[in-house]
Design a binder for this molecule. Sequence first.
Ligand code: SAM
Length: 350
Amino acid sequence: MESRLAAHDGFDRDGVARTADAAHAGRLAASDAGYFADGFLRCFAGAAGLRRSPGAMINRGTFARLAAIGSACEQFLDACAAAGSPAQVVSLGAGLDTRWWALHALGRQPRLWVEVDQEEVVRRKALAIGRDAALHGALPEGAAAASLERGAVSSAAGYQLRAADLRDVSALEAALADAGWRPAEPTLVLAECVLVYLPPEAAAAVVALFGGAPGGGALAVYEQIGPDDPFGRTMVDNLRRRNCALLGLAACPSCAAQEARARAAGYSRAEAVPVLEYYEAAVSADERRRVERLELLDELEEWRLLLSHYAVALAVRDGRGGADAPLGALSLRAPVARLFPPPPADPPPS
Ligand code: SAM
């Protein structure tokens, strides 16, 4: 695989792998502060390096991020269920994400959920799944599903974890085929802070793999934009210093460029907005009031600037010849009242 990849394209495996830990720490801190409830985050705490709590500004941003990606997931699963269509989700650069367990706890997991990441991250995640009863308890095969030799997880429950370098689209395709991905069925692709780390041609090839798949589907992207103003330049420099250069940012620096990339890849409809706009337009006023009371945030202007330097994008294409057009109603502005609600309480003993 290494020989097919440019050895000097500026991609630093270890630096980029560490971003999975930062994303996990951000979620854990926001969950602990009450922005949303996710009991599965703690299960991966041992898999992530120890990290400092990121503070109120980042916590509120993490909330907006989860709202945007969660809404795309919920809408896609609802649309497929309403159309009687099987649903598949592919999470690219999934890191230590816990969303599959949250959905499973609600009985809402799709037919197939494939997570792809770098070998080192997948190994750590598989190990955590094998060790933690709450994680492997959701898999019918239990701990045995997390195969350490292969550094992968395969479960009859539909959860699949695979290692592949996203810079190599044929390696990605092989990993997806091995995980049981069916290009002829609708697929939601989650790309949460991942495409921006890839060289632009690699990111475009990955998006095109799904945009051209006969089953159609949707693409939800959350990542940095706006590298050319002082805030953006600092953001880019900070990440470069931490060995996680935003290699794809110059080629996709705005919401318009996010939309153009998705359309060029074959999606028929694409919309992207800065996360600040998403937060103000899609998150209900009640929910915003609730989260804004959780922690004092003095740096309101800085927070607004931060959220203006991230975009959320949603692109959609219905399957070829699909008269039932199950995805036509998916919308970036669908109102978000609550993040994935907690599972119903156990009935009281009779
Ligand atoms: N999406 C997860 C989340 O939101 O918690 C993790 C986000 S983290 C910022 C980026 C992830 O993308 C990391 O886990 C990293 O290893 C993965 N990634 C970046 N470049 C990759 C590549 N070329 N191949 C596979 N995974 C990659």
